[in-house]
Design a binder for this molecule. Structure first.
Ligand code: GRF
Length: 226
């Protein structure tokens, strides 16, 4: 793991700015990763353009092709076949906006992490920035967690934290959290690529997330206070 490149598959649904951070880090070799393929469940996702520009394999498994919504089970079957061909060490959900079934998650050929725009366990689901403001939160941020069958509920590996400003709106907060995401996701991927969560066979393994006692307990936190 720590000598070879970590093979990553990325699932996206939209803009793909976090995907871009990983693409750039691969290009400059700042991270020891190889993005072996990208899956988009939206045919108009800007992330597709990013993948094409970087000449990375992209599978567009759209839910709405020919005007008909692809069933999630059909999407999962196609996605699974594709992932098995690519054989990633790690699957990264970076702005992937569908809930995946337990069957799919368990059948995936690699462990999976998700980037979520809140300080889990607070604000699972959507509209996290507006909900944080409405709830008068002092702190907000983003989390990278292990994907399990329960939505946004797997072990949180790391979080990046900011202080909400009185002037913040949902939109400004979203932008500020995005800046944190661009640090948090590569940091976690870096730790994984360096073997922080590898088993004896050097495979990524989240089944036991214990880390050395001299390190802080999970989730590891990055604070960005002005
Ligand atoms: C991010 O805010 C991420 O936390 C959430 O979806 C958004 C994706 O943004 N899961 P982008 O597509 O990477 O620009």
């Amino acid at each position: 793991m720590n000598k070879q490149k970590l093979k990553i598959a990325v699932l996206v649904s939209g803009n793909g700015s976090n995907l871009q951070v990983l693409i750039d880090a691969q290009k400059t070799a700042e991270l020891p990763i190889e993005i072996v393929g990208i899956i988009s469940n939206k045919e108009d996702a800007y992330a597709i353009k990013r993948a094409n520009k970087a000449a990375i394999n992209i599978a567009v498994l759209s839910h709405t092709s020919s005007g008909k919504r692809m069933k999630i089970s059909t999407f999962e079957q196609h996605a699974l076949n594709q992932l098995k061909k690519w054989q990633p060490d790690l699957i990264v959900l970076a702005g992937f906006m569908r809930v995946l079934s337990a069957g799919f998650i368990n059948a995936c050929p690699a462990p999976m992490i998700n980037l979520h725009p809140s300080l889990l366990p607070k604000f699972k689901g959507l509209n996290t920035h507006a909900r944080a403001i409405d709830n008068h939160e002092v702190y907000h941020g983003c989390s990278v967690h292990v994907v399990t069958a329960e939505l946004d509920a797997g072990t949180v590996i790391a979080q990046a934290i900011l202080k909400i400003k009185t002037s913040d709106t949902a939109a400004t907060l979203q932008n500020r959290v995005h800046e944190l995401e661009y640090k948090l996701l590569p940091w976690v991927v870096h730790l994984i690529a360096k073997g922080m969560f590898a088993n004896d066979n050097q495979k990524v393994d989240f089944s036991q997330l214990a880390t050395p006692e001299c390190l802080p307990a999970l989730p590891w936190k990055l604070a960005f206070f002005e």
